[in-house]
Design a protein around this ligand. Structure first.
Ligand code: ADP
Length: 449
């Protein structure tokens, strides 16, 4: 079945993508109606889940003539059984003699391959990301001289990983012998845990501390993980003192990261903090056009406009819609048109909002701020609470069709004028406060997820 699915997929996925992303997948096993497929690494897995999951699932279901689901397993991690995170003090303080250990070439096992598509030339600079783009370029042109560390933060799917990879590519293009290590904070932790398990922490440290450029994605992952923070702190210091470039991405501003050691937080603020905001309409159109060109998809202007003006601000999702249209168009052998796009994306665009109700918004907002739903409905006037409540009210207005009185009644019987006041207030604040805007954006994507 998998072989059959692969040949179906070959017909609809551009050849380069097909060999990059489909050929490395191997059939692993069946579990009821789920096909388990093994893939080379975590990054690969996530990329597939973001971009090709639906397509692979349909190709498989067609091949098997019944509905199948798909699950990806990471090959390299199958071999090493992770052990649980250790408490902070369980091992030595991380300052052992890394020099005595023979260091394998960088870019080795610990680091992930850079994504070949995430280069500066494939990045569209526009409203929202200009600053982060310029900062990343500056760092890539003069590693360890301009901003160190570079800390890029912003909402999900807005191009943080892309910029981080681009820094790595650019440095390697200029100096192929540079030891560039790109990895997610999650991988950093899993590696660490495995090395602890094998009693080889010296080797772990030596590997990470011998690189010229360390690019760590999604650092928010280490919040609350004390042992990982300690280890990362020492890695950071060793590299920094040796004038090596460090660049980090996060979906949170350092100050907003809970359970992060103060000494790490302050280090993250030593260099430059660059934020990425959601793109505006023009930037979304430009990105879609670029992606269409890269994937050899013919995307008419009106369709680009239609996709860009949808509610989606997450670029990964926009890209997903484009790939879906591209696949449909080549499967059916019809061109992409506005009618076809509307028809094809109807479910995606509508479905997302269909299930959104006031309760979901209340719950997600309360969770985000670590509050109780009852607090949001209450009359309590604590400052943090008031703002969370106003945000929730704004989101209800933005994401549902409920009227002001309806919303008020679900918030403990508030008067409709209170709701209007709150909505307007948030509206005004958002225009001035980009941090608030990205916070709301994050909650919104959690709701829409
Ligand atoms: P994040 O790390 O912020 O969650 P990613 O860097 O993974 O987001 O980006 C998600 C997708 O959107 C990737 O495919 C990336 O190439 C694309 N993308 C985001 N911003 C841009 C941009 N400005 N130009 C081109 N592609 C972009």
């Amino acid at each position: 079945t998998w072989t059959q699915a692969v040949s179906n997929l070959e017909k609809v996925i551009p050849p380069q993508n097909f060999s990059n992303w489909i050929l490395p997948i191997q059939f692993a096993a069946f579990r009821d109606d789920t096909m388990l497929l093994s893939v080379p690494n975590q990054f690969f897995k996530e990329w597939l889940e973001d971009n090709y999951l639906e397509l692979i699932r349909s190709a498989l279901s067609v091949a098997a003539d019944k509905n199948l689901t798909v699950e990806f397993l990471v090959r390299e991690e199958e071999e090493l059984q992770p052990v649980p995170e250790l408490p902070a003090a369980a091992e030595s303080n991380g300052t052992d003699t890394a020099e005595t250990v023979r260091v394998p070439p960088a870019g080795g096992k610990n680091c992930s391959p850079l994504n070949p598509r995430y280069t500066f030339s494939q990045f569209v600079s526009g409203a929202g990301n200009q600053f982060a783009h310029a900062a990343a370029l500056a760092v890539a042109n003069n590693p360890a001289i301009t901003y160190n560390p570079l800390f890029i933060y912003g909402g999900v799917g807005l191009g943080k990983s892309h910029l981080l990879n681009a820094i790595g590519h650019h440095i390697l293009d200029k100096d192929p012998s540079a030891r560039v290590c790109y990895c997610s904070a999650e991988k950093f932790m899993h590696e660490m845990v495995n090395y602890i398990r094998l009693n080889k922490m010296d080797e772990f440290r030596a590997r990470y501390r011998s690189v010229d450029v360390l690019l760590i994605d999604d650092i928010q992952f280490i919040t609350g993980k004390e042992r990982t923070q300690v280890e990362f702190f020492h890695t950071f210091n060793a590299l920094y003192e040796n004038h090596k470039q460090i660049a980090i991405t996060s979906d949170k501003f350092p100050r907003e990261m809970p359970n992060l050691e103060e000494r790490l937080r302050s280090r993250f603020e030593w260099g430059l903090i660059a934020d990425i905001q959601p793109p505006d309409l023009e930037t979304k159109i430009a990105i879609l056009k670029k992606k269409a060109e890269l994937n050899a998809i013919r995307l008419p202007d009106d369709v680009a406009y239609f996709l860009a003006s949808s509610d989606t601000r997450n670029i990964r999702e926009l890209e997903g819609m484009l790939i879906r249209l591209g696949a449909y168009s080549s499967l059916q052998d019809i061109p992409i048109t506005l009618t076809m796009a509307k028809q094809n994306l109807k479910d995606i665009l509508v479905d997302k909002r269909k299930d959104i109700n006031i309760e979901l918004i209340q719950k997600t907002t309360a969770d985000y701020f670590g509050l109780k739903v009852a607090d949001l409905k209450s009359e309590k006037r604590l400052k943090a609470l008031v703002q969370a409540r106003q945000i929730a009210l704004w989101l209800c207005r933005d994401l549902t069709t409920a009227s002001y009185p309806d919303i008020g009644s679900k918030f403990g019987g508030k008067d409709h004028s209170t709701v209007i006041y709150s909505v307007n207030k948030i509206e005004r604040q958002m225009a001035e406060d980009s941090y608030l805007m990205s916070t709301i954006e994050e909650i919104k994507s959690a709701i829409l997820r």
